[in-house]
Design a protein around this ligand. Sequence first.
Ligand SMILES: [Zn+2]
Length: 339
Amino acid sequence: MSLDPYTVLGVAKSADGAAIKSAYRKLARKYHPDVNPGDKAAEDKFKEISEAYDILSDPAKKQEYDSLGREGFYERGFGGAGYQRPDFNQSEFSFDSIFGDLFGGGGGRRSARGAGGFPGNIRFGGAAGPRKGDDVNLKLAISLREAALGTEARLELGIPQTCPQCQGQGVLSAGGGIRACPNCAGRGQVNHLENLKVQIPAGIKDGQKVRLKTKGSPGDNGGPAGDLLVEVAINPDPVFTRKERDLYADLPVGLYDLLLGGEVEAPTLTGRAQLKVPAGTQNGTRMRLKGQGLPAVKKEPAGDLYVTIKAVLPGKLGPEAKKLAMQLAEAAPPAMAEK
Ligand SMILES: [Zn+2]
């Protein structure tokens, strides 16, 4: 035959390993004897394709072919004895091995992953054909305010991708042998750093997940990538406790406002709200601020804010204040004086 392998596979001299493999794949599928039983022309064509791939997929042979040229390679090349054509009865050219190795089934190496804090798993074998990549889970801590009002979180993440050097095979052929791919350490995947924006919807609950499509593990054999599931963990808030859509907080109120009544300010998620405290309000009284809980979203109405009054007593009294306090103690109703 002694054909030019580049012409046989229809690839340019500058084609990289992936382009060569892809061209071989397409032609091998078309001309394989198992697909064309009894077709001598297809069988010959398949042998040409396999031979071309045998040369171009092997860096040492490819380099020798490139430097010696077609004639030199076939006559003098490869070890000085000329190029030895592969034995096409060898199992490496069998239908199973081509379709297994190249299309990922029947014992071919499957995806493996482990770096970047993602749970690692290594899978061998499995069914041929496209397979969706695994979903990847991630926890994201946000504040109660961010959960209540919604936010856009930015993440810098290593997103697993098919290793470009070995095309996800985890191995490279070199010098007639096979070695683990140095780029991915044999995992078949590498992490690609990406800046992601995660939209956290208002009112999200602790443990709820936000799905980012196709940001999980890459698929096998042309299958789609899995998704990234961002699980929200809401940090405890120094002011508010949340129950469903309502919020709870303590509210310190001065003694005179409690005794005489007054208007005080209560903290809310977005700022402050005015609250009227009636005269004679007891310590520990719970008051409701309507609509000051979680804001309304879609069909969910706004929640309320409940504040528990915590009396704040004045500090050490001076002589004048002490005298007035004694007068008050005598004049005040007994229940209040005993309190
Ligand atoms: Zn690799």
